[in-house]
Design a binder for this molecule. Structure first.
Ligand code: NAD
Length: 237
């Protein structure tokens, strides 16, 4: 198949999930070998757990950061970042919290579930914290409150402004490419159908069939690191 030139589309969305990073070695959350097979999320990934024992929850997230840092972005991450640099209308919307797209050089990434690389004060908001080993900050410099990771835990709501921005881009997209997502976790579960309803050309990249596969005109049963560089080019005007 001839590569698809993105220059024929003014608005393109790549919508990525855990499968994108799994190929780099970032552990998945669910399934065998997934994090929730080893840890109870009720003890590590919800506001109640944080309120009960903040250090236990922060130590857990620090471990996650360490695991992510030990992994490198793959050819698919790098290719996507290069395509974004060439195409002003290309958006990357991710459900991942690991920052791998940014480490590959992506200039702008919409993170639906927040980031392991930001901390948040309930009063003073979120800020970037890229400390490689250990959290640089566990207390807010302004009020001394304990900071929590700026990610969407179980029972948290998705950040409304981020959600609205993602929805706008998805409903305007002429090409929508889902990569490495089962699409069953909200808000992904609503966003794939929204792109399909809006008339985008729909492509799924996933080695396995998903519950959403029927909504895509093209399903590419390959790993992201193989499919992305093979399938997409940008021929600038
Ligand atoms: P999911 O685990 O439900 O689905 C992952 C999908 O990726 C599967 O359908 C699998 O077949 C596919 N996949 C596996 N390897 C692949 C590869 N090399 N190339 C392409 N596809 C591949 O993931 P999800 O839909 O993202 O939902 C999981 C939720 O958990 C998300 O909300 C996300 O926030 C969170 N999560 C994040 C991370 C992370 O930040 N890296 C990791 C795990 C989970």
């Amino acid at each position: 198949m001839k590569p698809i030139s993105l220059s024929q589309f003014s608005r393109v969305v790549f919508f990525t999930g855990a499968g994108m990073s799994a190929e780099s070695g970032v552990p998945t959350y669910r399934g065998s070998g997934g994090i929730w097979a080893q840890y109870r999320w009720e003890e590590y990934a919800c506001q109640d757990a944080f309120d009960a024992d903040p250090d236990k929850v922060l130590d857990f997230h620090e471990q996650r950061r360490g695991r992510v840092l030990a992994c490198a972005p793959h050819a698919g991450h790098l290719h996507l970042a290069a395509l974004q640099a060439a195409h002003p209308g290309l958006s990357i919307i991710t459900q991942n919290t690991d920052g791998m797209h940014q480490r590959a050089g992506a200039r702008s990434v919409i993170e639906l579930h927040g980031s392991l690389w930001r901390m948040r004060c309930a009063r003073h908001g979120a800020f970037e914290d890229l400390a490689a080993a250990g959290y640089a900050h566990r207390e807010c410099g302004l009020c001394g409150a304990t900071l929590r990771p700026d990610i969407t835990w179980f029972a948290d709501s998705v950040n409304a402004a981020v959600f609205t921005q993602a929805q706008r881009l998805i409903t305007q997209a002429e090409l929508f490419v889902a990569v490495g997502t089962s699409g069953i976790v909200y808000p992904a579960a609503g966003m794939v159908p929204a792109a399909a309803r809006s008339g985008a050309r729909m492509i799924e990249i996933n080695p396995e069939q998903t519950e959403m596969s029927g909504m895509f005109a093209e399903c590419v049963r390959e790993a992201a690191g193989v499919a992305l560089p093979r399938m997409f080019v940008f021929q600038g005007s």
